[in-house]
Design a protein around this ligand. Structure first.
Ligand code: HEM
Length: 510
């Protein structure tokens, strides 16, 4: 009896689903507010195309966007809901500093950190969170901490000279930079010193786990239920299934302990701490109590640390590769560093290093070809349409641009070549014939622009100046079995990654 009921209903269910699917596709293709935007009909009809390129083809959606732009023009629809623009001049509109743009609600949970500043959807909530954090990342605040960056770089160079010099053994610079960067950011934000720089081969289980986490970003973005399932499972079970995640759990537990400890200190003691952590700032702010819960603080801290490590590590590795791969660049850089006069010749300050034109140009070129966050950065204008050429992007529609596509656009002549000299001329460029000519800096967007631009860029700049100057002043490195593919952007997992078979930027010490 039950069986015959089921066999009666089943065909109607199947037919109903097919009709629903057809109706959705017809709506998306012909009646959606973004139906008239150019682009592939297939990706306009279903979000599975994005999932296919991101998850099943391994971080290929960003590169597919570029191919679609070549085919359909500068403004395209990239999935049923979202518009992508490839026009260097539009960046100042899409990421305008005066615009109260929001982020996409569907990405709120993809890092598993919905309480973190970078996940925040609403403009006002983001503003209050960001204003609390801003002073901690001001230039003055970072300058006061630059002694630690120098100290950690000296420790790294001492080890390279003591353990690697003349041995022929190669060091993987990605790991070395990962260790330094993680030490710096964790100490600066949380007040712990893990001393990853002292680990064998500079490989710490924690930084290894972060790499693995990055590889999960597309699965978490496209299948949020999977992340929720992992988060609701006990740590011991996830650790059993994926032992690589254990260091992340213990890091999160330590953050929790630290927050509880700081919460227990009274106000006076908090403000006299030797080095103030981000928690001290948030707890001492006038944010409402729901913003000061242990869970929210834990997510904010993990978010800041996560945002810092992979981006800085990639940029420093890419820059180091290009310096070592181009003898003329290495020669000019080391000559400038040797001939400059510093108040303390052994330890130039960040502000003294900023005055060096060639070092600055090398860092900028490293940031350009490191792409920072290679994935597109969607924004939503809630109430006002955004105009691009003859197209009006309706309010509530996500629109995005990508640093990868911006930095490989025609404004950067021979865009894949590492050419610091492009930053040394004052010549202006136009993104197309007849358009306004602007300085190249206007097209430089590794930290994005607008209200959501990188919170940690002062710390990033300080690390790059002090880090690269110390390494290339003190250590004579030579690339070891490393070609350009080791720093090529072959996959996009939020940050750009080289092909999986590459072994990183390896070098011996002469
Ligand atoms: C090479 C180094 C870095 C690059 C290229 C970079 C790039 C970026 C970009 C493009 C964004 C915007 C992301 C978005 O719109 O979703 C961003 C945001 C952010 N970055 Fe960085 N970043 C770097 C280093 C750092 C460091 C060292 C820190 C930590 C101190 C940091 C913390 C953050 C945070 C917290 C946000 C979110 C800001 C917000 O939503 O208001 N970043 N970063």
């Amino acid at each position: 009896m039950e069986n015959s009921k089921l066999s009666f209903v089943a065909p109607y269910l199947v037919l109903g689903s097919i009709l629903y699917f057809i109706a959705v596709v017809i709506y998306r293709l012909y009646f959606s507010p973004v139906a008239r935007f150019p682009g592939s009909k297939l990706t306009a009809a279903t979000g599975w195309i994005e999932t296919y390129y991101d998850v099943f083809k391994g971080g290929q959606f960003t590169f597919q966007l570029q191919k679609w732009h070549e085919q359909y023009g500068p403004i395209i629809r990239i999935n049923p809901d979202e518009i992508h623009v490839s026009d260097p001049d539009f960046y100042d509109v899409a990421y305008a500093s005066s615009a109260p743009f929001e982020k996409m609600p569907k990405w709120l949970d993809r890092f598993g950190l919905p309480g973190a500043v970078q996940s925040t959807v609403q403009h006002e909530l983001h503003r209050s969170r960001r204003m609390t954090l801003n002073p901690h990342f001001s230039k003055k605040s970072i300058s006061n901490f630059s002694w630690f960056i120098q100290q950690r770089m000296d420790q790294l160079c001492d080890r390279l000279l003591r353990e690697y010099k003349g041995t022929g053994e190669a060091v993987t610079l990605n790991d070395a930079w990962g260790a330094v960067t993680a030490d710096i950011i964790i100490n600066y934000c949380l007040g712990f010193d893990y001393n990853f720089v002292s680990y064998p081969g500079f490989v710490a289980p924690f930084t290894k786990s972060l790499k693995e986490l990055a590889l999960g970003i597309h699965v978490a973005g496209h299948f949020p239920w999977f992340l929720k399932l992992l988060q609701s499972s006990p740590d011991w079970l996830v650790g059993l299934l994926n032992p690589g995640m254990k260091p992340v759990f213990s890091f999160q537990n330590e953050i929790k302990k630290q927050i509880i400890k700081i919460k227990e200190l009274d106000h006076e003691k908090q403000s006299t701490e030797r080095h103030k952590t981000v928690f001290t700032d948030i707890l001492g702010s006038n944010l409402p109590p729901q913003e000061k819960t242990v869970t929210r603080l834990q997510q904010e801290a993990a978010g800041v640390v996560g945002a810092a490590i992979e981006t800085s590590k990639t940029t420093l590795s890419v820059t180091s590769f290009h310096i070592l791969h181009n003898p003329e660049i290495l020669r000019r850089l080391t000559t400038e560093l040797r001939e400059a006069s510093f108040s303390d010749p052994e330890k130039p300050t960040w502000s003294e290093l900023e005055q060096l034109p060639y070092l600055t140009a090398v860092i900028k070129e490293g940031l350009r070809l490191g792409y920072g966050v290679a994935q597109r950065l969607p924004r939503i204008s809630k109430h006002k349409a955004i105009q691009y050429d003859n197209y009006s992007i309706p309010p509530g529609t996500p629109f995005s641009m990508s640093s990868y596509i911006q930095h490989t656009s025609s404004v950067f002549n021979d865009c894949f070549a590492f050419n610091p000299d492009r930053w040394l001329t004052t010549a202006k460029v136009a993104s197309a014939p007849g358009r306004e000519e602007k300085s190249l800096d206007r097209f430089f967007v590794p930290f994005s622009k607008g209200t959501r631009w990188c919170l940690g860029q002062n710390l990033a700049w300080a690390q790059f100046y002090i880090g690269l100057a110390t390494l290339f002043r003190r250590v004579d490195l030579e690339l070891f079995e490393t070609g350009p593919e080791a720093v090529s952007a072959a996959r996009e997992y939020f940050v750009p990654l080289p092909p999986p078979e590459t072994k990183g930027v390896r070098a011996t010490v002469r």
